[in-house]
Design a protein around this ligand. Structure first.
Ligand SMILES: [Zn+2]
Ligand SMILES: [Zn+2]
Length: 476
């Protein structure tokens, strides 16, 4: 935000601005996993039949006429292909006392007992269905337990990236030879990992959406990434002091680099305080989070107070190691640390969808505004002229002060009501309620005729805004 930010709570989304100044613009907070294929929805079911691409094992073309599992010949065929015990169990289609690798071992022993030759058959070492991926399950489970042990979490989601050619090959073999309804590789692998993790950690729950922790396993590199999902807190803030920007504002001289510069005394900040940090820092500490993002229902200018019931906001705490805390306690810490500057209330836990709601809500707002007038006319004329603006629709050309970063356009905004017009010598104060997105200072001084009608216009004398307070945001 700039010091000349419109004080009008303009809710028009401005991507550019968010990305520049928000610590992690909402726009940038895209889900890095969104391209992830849901494990359960593994539907790469291209029907693919014999294509002449014969498997050759020990110089012999395999007999494609062998029946699929669970027929004993089908199982024997899978063994000859080099299928590992894990995969044998999942494609065999036979009930065994044990599952997973042990289940497969049982099927293998059974097959060997039926066909002695099978045992001496030199099958390939690498399982064609999984390339021995299941051998890594224990190792992967171990690392997941290590990496998540310190974290507070109730729910996990596992995502698995399997190389595409392996998936295709596995699917091809499974389609022909596996028992109907066999679990595909990805789902089976994910399940094996989940079973392993559940056995090692108490009370862990696996979910398909909105997990606390997202675990991505890359089966090619065996790399594991743990994505700690943010937590969201809704509340309302009152800004009692002028000179505090809503979001953290990087130093202009050094562009907010971590070590700062002389101009910002090493803080990296243009202003030491921001609503974001006055609220966010106590939460960041309590939740052991890396950073915060602040989403307000609109915003007020740096020199504008926000009173009344306060402005709704959602605080996003990123990569929190702790996910739950007593909101009342943190609220007291915030309110006592920021005493005289800001005050928060109505806290509750929420989720990302409320961020969109907050950003999209276009609420009417009430303000008190005070201005000076160069040549004040009669008091009664002032009161009557200003009161007569109640109910008018303003035509507002993009103010000059923001025109360098906003498209030039004309908007229409309604003045819902005006009252409490008070005249004191050459200063005038009044209350106004208007539509979301009204440029309120311009309503007074007219921005050189770019806002019509205006207070300066009806009074026939230049007016200068002294201060402005948001009295209420008519939402929630
Ligand atoms: Zn296998
Ligand atoms: Zn600096």
């Amino acid at each position: 935000m700039n010091p000349d930010e419109p004080e009008d709570d303009d809710n028009t989304p401005e991507e550019e601005e968010w990305q520049l100044y928000s610590t992690a613009g909402y726009a940038a907070a895209e889900d890095p996993w969104e391209d992830l294929v849901e494990v359960e929805d593994d539907k790469e079911e291209e029907e693919e039949w014999f294509d002449g691409d014969d498997f050759e094992t020990n110089g012999q073309t395999l007999d494609w006429d062998s029946p699929p599992c669970p027929a004993p010949l089908g199982i024997a065929h899978m063994i000859r292909l080099g299928t590992c015990n894990h995969c044998l169990h999942r494609v065999g289609g036979r009930r065994t006392e044990e599952t997973g690798e042990k289940g497969g071992a049982a099927l293998r022993a059974e097959a060997f007992a039926k066909d002695k030759e099978l045992e001496s058959f030199e099958a390939p070492d690498l399982c064609p269905l999984c390339e021995n991926l299941f051998e890594d399950v224990d190792n992967i489970v171990e690392r997941i337990v290590e990496e998540t042990g310190e974290l507070d979490h109730g729910s996990l989601q596992v995502g698995v990236h399997v190389p595409k050619d392996l998936i295709q090959e596995e699917d091809r073999i499974r389609t022909r030879h596996a028992a109907p309804g066999s679990r595909p590789l990805k789902a089976a692998f994910s399940e094996a990992v989940q079973t392993g993790v559940s056995a090692r950690m108490d009370g862990v729950e696996f979910v398909k959406e909105r997990p606390d922790l997202m675990i991505l396993i890359d089966c090619l590199t065996l790399r594991i990434d743990v994505d700690i999902r943010p937590v969201f807190i809704y509340g309302r803030y009152r800004k009692l002091d002028r000179g505090i920007p809503q979001t953290r504002w990087p130093c202009r001289a050094c562009r907010g680099r971590a070590e700062g510069c002389e101009a910002c005394e090493g803080t990296g900040l243009q202003y030491p305080d921001s609503v974001q940090d006055l609220i966010g820092e106590p939460f960041r500490l309590v939740l052991s989070a890396e950073d915060t993002s602040f989403h307000g229902m609109g915003r007020e200018d740096i020199d504008v107070r926000c009173l009344g019931r306060g402005r709704p906001f959602v605080l996003e705490a990123k990569r929190p190691k702790v996910r739950r805390t007593d909101l009342e306690e943190v609220m007291e810490v915030v309110n006592s640390n920021a005493s005289g500057k800001i005050e928060i209330s109505d806290l509750r836990w929420t989720n990302r969808s409320e961020v969109s709601r907050i950003k999209e809500t276009r609420a009417e707002k009430s303000y008190t505004i005070r201005f000076s007038i160069e040549e004040p006319p009669e008091e009664s004329f002032i009161v009557e002229s200003i009161s007569n603006l109640s109910g008018v629709t303003l035509e507002q050309q993009t103010p000059k002060r923001v025109s360098h970063r906003r498209a030039e356009k004309k908007r229409k905004r309604k003045v819902v009501s005006i009252d409490n017009v008070v005249v004191e010598d050459n200063e005038v104060q009044f209350s106004v309620r208007c539509e979301a997105g009204t440029y309120v200072k311009e309503l007074v001084h007219s921005d050189e005729g770019r806002t019509v009608p205006s207070v300066a216009g009806v009074l026939g004398s230049p007016c200068e805004v002294i201060w402005l307070d948001v009295e209420d945001i008519h939402a929630d």
